[in-house]
Ligand binder design. Structure first.
Ligand code: PEP
Ligand code: MG
Length: 588
């Protein structure tokens, strides 16, 4: 048994067999297997070598006819290496001696060989190193490719273990089969973490080397409440966690009953609790959990989940589906927030990659530089807007000119629709996300030019504290309780209230039990949260008085460190709802 701690990003407990997904562009992790598994690894190796051989032979023939004998020789060299009995013997020996996986054996032997060639003086030899790496990728690709293909048609419940997952990989996971996630990389509000939370499955990220500690088929426990991965648990641990799973199922049912009750404080102040979604198909579940609308629809996931850019009609159909699923409840559609960690396949292949993508051409900046893309989305939203109460929200506004430009383009599109006689809602409310410190500091001016704000703390934290939200190495610095972040939130709410425009908060912070008192105390009356967190947030709201919240917010605003703020808020919420924080403790 081995226990590993990471960053808990989605609560709950799952016990199941692991499926380890190796990343094609990463070094292969060193994983060992049991003695009885050694022969299986050798068979896997044989099969991968045979498949690679067939592939290279067909490439050689193709090159021979299309490119000529000189270039075909390269594949002849690859075939020669692949069939070299000494090399095969080295792979097999490593598997037998060190009981490592076939993919690791190939990787390790080929890496050593490539390094030897790289260190030779003659250019000819150094170039051979590239051939060795090429061959290594091919054979390893056959070995790990099987797992990747298997991901699409899983038959059993699985805990997915990966180096990292892109948001589009997470978006296309079979939610009925993947019962939990654990990754080497990632931070609290990385988009993979957000997706896992939305899927309602336990997830732990930032585990650093979990892919090298677990083999496909191992039994693992994922404790998403405490951020623990337990590998090969003993009988006592299994029993304890199985009871835990049963208890949490009972608790979940009682929390779901909350959905039917209004979100109102003990003194009668109503709070509007909405849901965040990535796909219209999530709306039904969000309403079941008690959402009274969707405060954030991340439309970029439509692009991430599809291989080609969705057309105007396809986008319009998705927005209509969302509107109809809401049956008259409000929907805030956020325009494309692509870029940074949310890249489409085309963007992934683009070799002009930015050095600092979170500070680069993402989100509204990308839309303003791609007007056809932006206009198509506007047309789709406006056409759908006649079907129900829709608002448009621009992400990542960092100055007023961006807002003005975006509104101008929206007006152009409205005029086009008018000319074409296509109906749309002329007074569609337009708002912005406040998620860049410059926008927070300029909230007063921005409030004069739009109809609502939604505070995006996931990004606001990373830009205020200069901490990449997806980087596990500095995850402890990423904190919603940082006094500078709280100061900015307070000022944004104040600016919105003075301008009499609507303000809500849609970052993950809104779904964290310890922050509910602070946010209500700072004056927020609208929160948009990941749907699985709705019942718990509502349970806390229904136990609080606004006066209490204001007192807590005043005190929290006077504290100097995020740790003091976190500890104070945890203590306060526990006084009112003792089991609000599950396994989380006060930080030392
Ligand atoms: C945010 O930044 O807080 C937010 C809600 O948007 P996203 O997580 O999609 O960047
Ligand atoms: Mg954001």
């Amino acid at each position: 048994m081995q226990i590993k701690k990471g960053i808990a990003v989605s609560p709950g407990v799952a016990i199941s067999q692991a499926l380890v997904l190796d990343a094609e562009d990463q070094p292969v992790p060193r994983r060992t297997v049991s003695a009885s598994h050694v022969s299986i690894e050798k068979k896997r190796l044989e099969a991968a070598l045979a498949e690679s051989g067939k592939e290279i032979e067909s490439l050689r023939q193709q090159a021979q006819t299309q490119l000529g004998p000189e270039l075909a020789k390269i594949f002849g060299v690859h075939l020669g290496m692949l069939q070299d009995p000494a090399l095969r013997e080295e792979f097999n020996q490593l598997i037998s001696r060190d009981r490592v996986t076939a993919e690791y054996a190939v990787f390790a032997v080929m890496r050593d060989l490539a390094h030897r060639f790289e260190n030779l003086q003659a250019r000819h030899f150094r170039e051979r190193a590239a051939d060795i790496w090429d061959l290594e990728r091919r054979v390893v690709g056959h070995l790990i490719g099987k797992t990747r293909k298997g991901l699409a048609d899983l038959t059993d419940e699985t805990v997915l273990i990966a180096h990292d997952l892109t948001p589009s990989q997470t978006a296309t996971l079979d939610k009925n089969k993947v019962v939990a996630l654990a990754t080497d990389k990632g931070g609290l509000t990385s988009h993979t973490a957000i997706m896992a939370h939305a899927m309602g499955i336990p997830a732990i990220v930032g585990l650093e080397d979990i892919t090298s500690l677990i083999n496909t088929g191992d039994t693992v426990i994922i404790d998403g409440d405490r951020g623990l991965v337990i590998i090969d648990p003993d009988a006592a641990q299994l029993m304890e966690y199985r009871q835990n799973v049963e208890r949490s199922a009972e608790l979940a049912t009682s929390r779901d009953e909350m959905a039917r009750l209004p979100a109102v404080t003990t003194d009668g102040t109503p709070i509007s609790l909405m849901g965040n979604i990535e796909f219209p198909s999530e709306i039904e579940a969000a309403i079941k959990k008690g959402a009274v609308g969707i405060g954030l629809y991340r439309t970029e996931f439509l692009f991430l989940a599809s291989e080609t850019e969705p057309s105007e009609d396809e986008q319009c159909a998705a927005y209509r589906e969302a509107i109809h699923a809401l049956k008259g409840l409000p929907l805030t559609i956020r325009t494309l927030d692509l870029g940074a960690d949310k890249l489409t396949d085309d963007q992934h292949q683009d070799d002009s990659l930015e050095r600092n993508p979170f500070l680069g051409c993402r989100s509204i900046r990308l839309c303003l530089q791609n007007l056809p893309l932006f206009k198509t989305q506007f047309r789709a939203i406006l056409r759908a807007s006649v079907d129900g109460p829709v608002r448009i929200m621009f992400p990542m506004i960092s100055n007023i000119m961006e807002l003005r430009q975006a509104k101008m383009i929206l007006n152009d599109v409205m005029e086009d629709l008018e000319d074409e006689g296509i109906p749309y809602r002329q007074d569609i409310p337009v708002g912005i996300m406040i998620e860049v410190p410059s926008a927070a500091l300029q909230a007063k001016a921005l409030a004069r030019e739009c109809q609502f704000f939604s505070i995006g703390t996931n990004d606001l934290i990373q830009y205020t504290v200069a901490v990449d939200r997806g980087n596990e190495r500095i995850a402890s610095l990423y904190s919603a309780a940082h006094p500078a972040v709280i100061y900015l939130i307070k000022e944004v709410i104040r600016a919105a209230n003075r301008a009499r425009i609507d303000v809500s908060l849609c970052g993950e912070m809104a779904g964290e039990p310890e922050f509910v008192m602070l946010l209500l105390g700072l004056g927020l009356r609208n929160l948009s949260v990941t749907p699985p967190a709705l019942p718990e947030v509502k349970r806390i709201i229904r136990s609080l008085g606004i006066n209490q919240c204001q007192r807590v917010a005043r005190k929290a605003c006077g504290l100097d460190t995020d740790r003091e703020v976190t500890n104070y808020l945890r203590d306060e919420v526990r006084k009112i709802v003792p089991d609000a924080l599950g396994g989380r403790s006060t930080e030392q």
